[in-house]
Design a protein. Structure first.
Length: 200
């Protein structure tokens, strides 16, 4: 059952089917050419990574930019937003470990999470910053943000209230240019038999 779960049952019991070439019997020309000079599986893998995932420096730069520019989507809840930031941070750390043999400090991801929170959680930011740095962790941050998010009214409720709320319209009081009084009709013009709408 464990083998089936990890999708390796076919490899153990020789039920695995070899990959089939395209209908015309030849592999895709571009992939074949870029790996034709490779002599091992590792060199093929590195060649494909460099072609399709950019060079390590470019990929690292792209991941850092993506991490620093990320914002919370309006549809995402806090947990989803934090998971996206953590995934991006993890990819960035893996690439940095491979290229520069170093990693970023975990406090960076917590600071990025805090900086991308919406304005209604401003008071939470102050409370979180009062905690000692040793007690802070991404798991605690996620847990507390989730609790606060559950207490806040949902956006669909607040937008429904805004949609049904009607502004009281002010009636503009106009003065008649003939008698200089504010009325709905002018007696002088009515006596003369003229339309009052033209004189407001």
């Amino acid at each position: 059952m464990l083998l089936c779960h990890h999708d390796v049952h076919e490899l153990i019991w020789d039920d695995w089917v070899c990959p089939v070439l395209a209908e015309d019997g030849t592999p895709e020309y571009g992939r074949c050419q870029c790996t034709a000079t490779c002599d091992s599986a590792e060199s093929i893998w590195e060649k494909l990574l460099s072609v399709y995932e950019q060079s390590s420096g470019q990929r690292l730069h792209r991941l850092m930019e993506q991490f620093l520019r990320s914002e919370k989507d309006g549809d995402d809840d806090v947990v989803t937003h934090i998971a996206k930031l953590q995934r991006n941070f993890s990819e960035q750390n893996d690439e940095l470990k491979r290229v520069a043999k170093t990693t970023l400090w975990g406090l960076l991801v917590m600071n990025r999470i805090m900086s991308t929170l919406p304005s209604e959680l401003f008071e939470f930011k102050n409370a979180w910053e009062s905690l000692p740095i040793e007690e802070r962790s991404v798991n605690k941050l996620t847990e507390r943000l989730r609790l606060i998010e559950m207490r806040l009214p949902s956006k669909s409720d607040s937008t429904a209230l805004v949609g049904t709320k009607k502004k009281a319209s002010k009636k503009v009081e106009r003065k008649c240019y003939v008698c200089r009084k504010t009325r709905s009709y002018c007696k002088i013009l009515l006596e003369k038999g003229q339309e009052t709408d033209d004189f407001w």
